[in-house]
Design a protein around this ligand. Sequence first.
Ligand SMILES: [Zn+2]
Length: 370
Amino acid sequence: MANGQQVIEQFETFAPKKFAFEGDPIGLQIGTLNKEIKRVLVTLDVLESVVDEAIEKEIDLIIAHHPPIFSKLPKVTDQSAAGRIVMKCIKHDIAVYAAHTNLDVAEGGVNDLMAQALGVTDTTVLVPSFENTVYKLVVFVPEEAVAQVSEALSRAGAGHIGAYSDCQFHTTGTGQFKAAIDTTPYIGQAGKLERVTEVRIETVVTELNQKQVIRAMKKAHPYEEVAYDLIREEINAPSLGLGRIGYLKEAMPLKAFAEHVRTVFAVDNLRFVGDEKQMVRKVAVLGGDGNKYVSTAAFAGADVLVTGDLYFHVAHDAMALGLAVVDPGHHVESVMKQGVVDFLTKRFHDQKIDVDVLISTANTNPFHFL
Ligand SMILES: [Zn+2]
């Protein structure tokens, strides 16, 4: 059991709210987080069938990708599906939280999960939307505590430069300080000037992990007052954003790739645009409705784009651009269910939070094929 705020705080280390696109109604949509939570249900959509499943499984919190209240909901009555969903959730004290575009953008989110499932590697972001600022972190540590502070910094995520982790620079020097009378200094005596050998540890952190790194650093540091600098760098970490573009291990004909997509996402049928014999290797993926990004994928050099909800005229545009498109449907975003369950299960385990995370088994795909 854990407090709802605490549960969402853990989730937001994965998909922070600041990744969301403007106007996207993410976050808590129904109910309250000021309550104890025993069980979480992860779903793509919140349909009535999912709420019924949640009631049956005694769920306290639903985490969904698609916000159930997306446009204005002028009335909450049993005369509309959305109204019934809200009423049922409140009656059974089930909170509903949505992570939509922020989960698309998140590292390890919808788009990464799709790319991984398809075996697309060496991926970069297709549509950048969030610049992740880099900061230099400098901290002064007494010699005997260098190992513990250095390790705490790395474990909290400091020191990532490209494919290298644990990057730090250490220099030894002399630190001096005079502690006020009412303090209990770790070294020396209150009111007396002290000079000690200290190590200056330099490393890098980003906008996203700086808070957790500084918290871990202070916890591992023996001093009452930790002396550190956090300096904004004029370089950016790789951007985050929508969609991914990367490579298949080997080129394959479009038809074989389309079959691969169908198998991976276990869909009955899919549509594809392009010559079935054309070879594809550079693959763009964009979960959900990717109509707006057909030319982006083409200009990024993709041979094929995997996305949902493709319009007839956009398919013509793709043909004109020489870009193949495979549309397995919007519902393949349901790969997020297992991804979020895996993340939260591990995170709760590591943080010793006793909350069960369940995957929704209700089928929310509205389409049948003949
Ligand atoms: Zn979607």
